[in-house]
Ligand binder design. Structure first.
Ligand code: ADP
Ligand code: TPW
Ligand code: MG
Length: 555
């Protein structure tokens, strides 16, 4: 005889799920112990939201669903934000939570950590299932995997009852119930007529632009995407998590001329990028009314979501890009030389302006002078992963810190969410074994800061840089009571890292910051650098101040 604990661990192993991110407790503690004993890597967190974020970004990096395990009730709910964030960002993950006694839950008789988890998860997940019997574990896991990685990836909730874990069944039935799904993320070929329509539009374009999104990064067809850009000679613009798909210093990058190219392109090809708020919904004044769009996406529902799409190309990005490469041999697209010239001029001007800001040396530091130092060290470590969140801390870093490899920039993404920092950083280090630099606003860091203990416990090569302006957007400078956005002045976040045996630095100049970060990278040890930024340096809401509602009375 065997039991649900063993069957579940066997099912995970059979499916190549070799890492669990989670927090222990009833009813999953023994499950985690058994998994670890059976060779599955277990990374234990201090809060389920961070474990969930770790699983989500593991999914983005590997194309396999990242797995987060939590206890019932509140532990499950703590993980739910991460599940919703994964779904919003199209990252494949599975949140698996143990649940209490169904008979008691359904009559609301007050069980320990009682909650109807399946119902609570449903609106936030791509799919949600419950396993009620040990002989269904194999099928339940297969359904979760299919849902997480097929089509547009997303977060899946898998409820596992305490009763199922403890239930016994004979080993023969158990063995027969387990299997590995065949081809859970099948290729989806675009229709040839759609490929021709898109190619024709590009061939007729004067001022074309390729806009790369994180769907393109997820698809892991980096060489094909690069060939498409280089063969056609079309300038490209990466969304933040698509940075590095082609290096930021690539000649065809239009990143330093962003508003000019968005406002003036005649044909824009969206590759795994949605026309959401991050692209002003394709609306004026950022965009021109006459721009025509080609959109490569795996999800047909995405097409025409914000503006009519002249040439939709529904399929997986690898297949669609391969088909376009066939239709568009070198020399078949005629990009106007004046378009290239106009972009080059704007780039040169903006890069010159940025160079001046980076080399200025105000005291205290501002975002640009601090990030000028960070930028140098990151360029010396091209295979390091960059995690980034905050408002000004996010906007300045995205523009200043160049990426040169695909999928190496992990940030607040589609929701603009705070709190992903330490979860993403831990999973990036765990999944890749590479060093991680987490560039954090002081507020952003606070949402997951307790995980510095986790980073120290597993001795991960994570260097955290806190751009510490003493508050959300800015710090308080007067003597009154704390404002809604101000924090304790002169806070020493570096001491948090020291509390758990990591290395802390306090940096007040770009030179100190650069030396500390270079040292951290060389050591590969858990490090936190408290970079002191002028509390008046930031702007409200960073670059998206216009999204703050204004009273009609003020207008
Ligand atoms: P960004 O924030 O970088 O603009 P989004 O998250 O808005 O990117 O868009 C990513 C898009 O990529 C989603 O619409 C998703 O459906 C799509 N996508 C994800 N994976 C693939 C894939 N393998 N093939 C095609 N499209 C994909
Ligand atoms: C889960 C709202 C957006 S940005 C931000 C908050 C609280 C923090 C900005 O301060 P920080 O950066 O990190 O110090 P900086 O450089 O501008 O000072 N709760 C969640 N998500 C979001 N986006 C918020 C609140 C917010
Ligand atoms: Mg701040």
């Amino acid at each position: 005889m065997t039991d649900g604990f063993h069957v579940l661990v066997d099912a995970l192993k059979l499916n190549g799920i070799n890492t669990i991110y989670g927090v222990a407790g009833i009813p999953i503690t023994d499950l985690l112990r058994l998994a670890q004993a059976e060779g599955i890597r277990y990374i234990g967190f201090r809060h389920e939201q961070n474990a969930g974020n770790a699983a989500a970004i593991a999914g983005f990096l590997t194309q396999k669903p990242g797995l987060c395990m939590t206890v019932s009730g509140p532990g499950f709910l703590n993980g739910l934000v991460a599940l919703a964030n994964a779904t919003t960002n199209c990252f494949p993950m599975i949140l698996m939570s143990g649940s209490s006694d169904r008979a008691i839950i359904d009559l609301q008789q007050g069980d320990y950590e009682e909650l109807d988890q399946l119902a609570a998860a449903r609106p936030f997940a791509k799919a949600a299932y419950r396993i009620n019997r040990p002989q269904d574990i194999g099928i339940g896991l297969a359904r979760a995997i299919h849902a997480a990685v097929s089509g547009r990836p997303g977060g899946v909730y898998l409820d596992i009852t305490a009763e199922t874990l403890g239930a016994v069944l004979d080993t023969d039935t158990a063995a027969k119930s387990l299997f590995r799904p065949v081809d859970p993320a099948p290729r989806q070929m675009p229709e040839s007529i759609a490929v021709r329509r898109a190619s024709e539009l590009l061939r007729g374009a004067q001022r074309p632009l390729i806009l790369l999104g994180k769907g393109a990064a997820y698809a892991q067809c980096d060489a094909e995407i690069r060939a498409l850009v280089e063969n056609t000679g079309i300038p490209f613009l990466p969304m933040s998590m698509a940075k590095g798909l082609l290096p930021d210093n690539h000649q065809l990058s239009a990143a330093a001329a962003r508003s000019y190219v968005l406002g003036n392109a005649d044909v824009v090809m969206l590759v795994g990028a949605r026309l959401n708020w991050l692209l002003s919904h394709g609306k004026q004044p950022l965009w021109s009314e006459s721009t025509q769009y080609i959109q490569l996406d795996i999800d047909p529902h995405e097409i025409d979501s914000n503006r009519p799409i002249a040439a939709p190309l529904v399929g997986d990005i690898r297949s669609s890009v391969e088909a376009l490469l066939q239709e568009l041999p070198r020399g078949s697209v005629h990009v106007s030389p004046t378009w290239i010239q106009a972009i080059a001029e704007r780039k040169a001007k903006n890069m010159e302006k940025m160079a001046q800001r980076l080399s200025a040396n105000p005291s205290p530091m501002n975002f640009s002078s601090a990030l000028g130092a960070v930028r140098k060290v990151v360029s010396d470590w091209p295979d390091a992963y960059v995690v980034n969140e905050g408002a000004n801390a996010l906007d300045f870093t995205r523009n200043i810190v160049d990426m040169s490899l695909p999928r190496h920039r992990l940030d607040s993404g589609t929701w603009g969410i705070m709190g992903i920092g330490m979860g993403y950083a831990i999973a990036a280090a765990v999944e890749t074994g590479k060093p991680v630099v987490a560039i954090e606003g002081d507020s952003a860091f606070g949402f997951s800061g307790m995980e510095v203990e986790t980073i120290c416990r597993y001795q991960l090569p994570v260097a955290i840089v806190i751009l510490n302006n003493s508050g959300i957007y800015r710090g308080d400078t007067g003597d009154g009571p704390p404002s809604p956005t101000g924090f304790v002045r002169d806070a020493r976040y570096d001491k948090m890292m020291e509390a758990f045996g990591g290395r802390g630095y306090h940096a007040t100049t770009p030179q100190e910051l650069e030396e500390a970060l270079a040292q951290a990278m060389k050591s590969g040890r858990p490090t936190l650098i408290n970079a002191v930024i002028d509390p008046t340096a930031g702007t409200e809401s960073g670059h998206i101040q216009a999204l703050n509602p204004k009273s009609a009375l003020q207008k």
